[in-house]
Design a protein around this ligand. Structure first.
Ligand code: BG6
Length: 489
């Protein structure tokens, strides 16, 4: 039986294919992880021969693969790549695609499976999927059919619902794989191992011991060549609705009974259902928005744009575990450093018996999950300063992936996600209900921001930690931003 597994990439001449998908596929090939009879067929409007496509993809793999490029392995991989120029919303192009696929899917008794990947601009996601449906290319008679949908999934709640409705016209939910590349990151998945494969953390992981949680996703670069796209999106859609909400759900979820996709996704969605929505008229008290100086001069940014490039938000989760514990989140472009970390700040000790000078305070314990770039975990606690009577200082207990597992141990997120989609494991993909719940939480914030009666984002210096208001915002609650992975607030 000769099974074939074909990945069809729409938008194959774009950045995503070049920078992310091809390096990931090539790494999987070198690790011999791709399924039997694997081929990738690219489609985009540019006219290109198979050979030219392979050459461009080679450059992508060479430049962006995380391991040293192996030319011999590439020569072995390249024949699996082919290209068909065309617009997948046109029936005649889909007929041509179908002919190419039939050639790849050599006749035999084995299944001819297909993974369609929408790496195109988002406004054509539904048209392409509907066209595939109308061309009978989503029927599962000869093998499974799955569709990977890249982000952004919608622009707001209404458009996300409309996109879900369109996809559901021709696909079952189990055939849809909505990507959030944060879930493909090893360190993000490790939140589950940390919490549920150890017995020392989970007993403390609740409102009795946790004072608050902070999620920081900071980037040092500005919007650069993506300015035109970004200006219509802004930080709330680009980072909060998807990546940060997913991080929140992993940090806050209840332990699932098993590691299967449904159990995991059900627990993640339960968290989002318990997040208290911020009413539109209270948003200014729960959020700070910023825009970096120089943003308005970026090519492609509308004049006088009010798009935020930074936001800090505070959410509460209304359930038994988290009642009253604030979750502070911040993300921005052009900040002091690139770091993604989750900090669990524990409560202070109930009574301090050590005689401290009046100006000295003890820092509460903090567990920092360092998601990138120096992946690991830090635990901050107090230790006695030698040769003093009772002075203490914060010290750090550290785990680094690179030390324990080797420098190249962490695969790219897209490797894991492509493999899971090919293997039919949707655990790390976002279900329709989750996407809509996350939009439901972000929508009122967008509305408040886009209301011309509200103040525009506050400007902040590039290379800073965002507007000073972001510090005041958390200080009003008697707290401060805290980074434990080697960065600085
Ligand atoms: C993308 C956003 O989803 O995530 C980008 O569109 C952002 O604006 C990127 O830079 C961050 O991803 P990572 O993996 O570098 O943290």
């Amino acid at each position: 039986m000769t099974e074939t597994n074909t990945l069809i990439i729409f938008g194959a001449s774009g950045d995503l294919t070049h920078r992310k998908l091809m390096p990931a596929l090539f790494n999987l090939h070198t690790k011999r992880r791709l399924p039997p009879g694997f081929n990738a067929l690219g489609m985009a409007r540019s006219s290109m021969s198979d050979e030219a496509f392979r050459q461009t993809m080679r450059e992508g793999a060479q430049t962006f693969a995380r391991t040293t490029f192996d030319a011999q392995a590439w020569d072995d991989f390249a024949p699996r790549l082919s290209y068909e120029p065309g617009d997948p919303t046109h029936p005649e192009c889909l007929s041509a695609l179908q002919r190419r696929l039939s050639d790849l899917e050599a006749p035999g008794d084995g299944a001819a499976n297909r993974l369609y990947y929408l790496a195109t601009p988002p406004h054509v996601y539904s048209d392409i999927t509907l066209s595939l449906g109308h061309a009978d290319m989503l029927r599962e008679d000869a093998g499974w059919r799955r569709v990977v949908v890249e982000k952004p999934f919608g622009h707001d709640l209404a458009s996300a619902r409309a996109l879900n409705d369109a996809l559901h016209q021709v696909l079952a939910e189990s055939q849809i794989y909505r990507i959030d590349h944060y879930l493909g990151k090893e360190t993000v998945q490790n939140v589950l191992m940390l919490r549920f494969a150890n017995s020392i953390f989970e007993p403390l992981w609740n409102r009795n011991y946790v004072d608050h949680v902070q999620i920081t996703v900071a980037e040092s670069v500005g919007v650069k060549h993506r300015a035109r796209f970004y200006d219509r999106v802004g930080v709330l859609r680009d980072m909060f609705q998807n990546h940060i909400m997913q991080l929140l759900s992993l940090v806050a979820m209840e332990p699932p009974a098993s590691f299967d996709a449904d159990s995991l996704r059900n627990e993640r969605v339960k968290v989002l259902r318990s997040v208290r929505p911020i009413p539109v008229d209270e948003i200014q008290a729960h959020a700070v928005f910023g825009q970096y100086q120089g943003y308005l001069e970026e090519e492609g940014v509308a004049s006088g744009s009010r798009t935020p490039t930074f936001a800090a938000l505070r959410f509460f989760i209304d359930n038994w575990r988290w009642q009253g514990v604030p979750f502070y989140m911040r993300s921005g472009k052009a900040l002091a450093t690139k770091t993604t970390e989750v900090v669990i700040r524990f409560k202070s000790v109930p009574h301090l018996m050590f005689p401290l000078p009046p100006d000295k305070q003890i820092r509460p314990n903090a567990l920092s999950l360092c998601l990138q770039p120096d992946e690991g975990i830090h635990l901050r606690f107090e230790a006695k300063v030698p040769d003093t009577v009772a002075e203490t200082r914060s010290v750090d207990m550290e785990f680094h992936y690179a030390d324990s597992f080797g420098a190249n141990a962490l695969p790219e997120a897209y490797e894991r996600l492509l493999l899971d989609a090919l293997n039919g494991d949707p655990s790390l993909f976002t279900r329709a209900d989750t996407i809509e719940l996350a939009w439901g939480l972000i929508d009122p914030i967008l509305q408040s921001l886009e209301d011309p009666g509200n103040p525009p984002p506050v400007s902040y210096a590039q290379g800073s930690w965002g507007p000073a208001e972001a510090q005041d915002f958390i200080a009003q609650d008697g707290r401060a931003w805290d980074l434990g992975c080697g960065g600085h607030t």
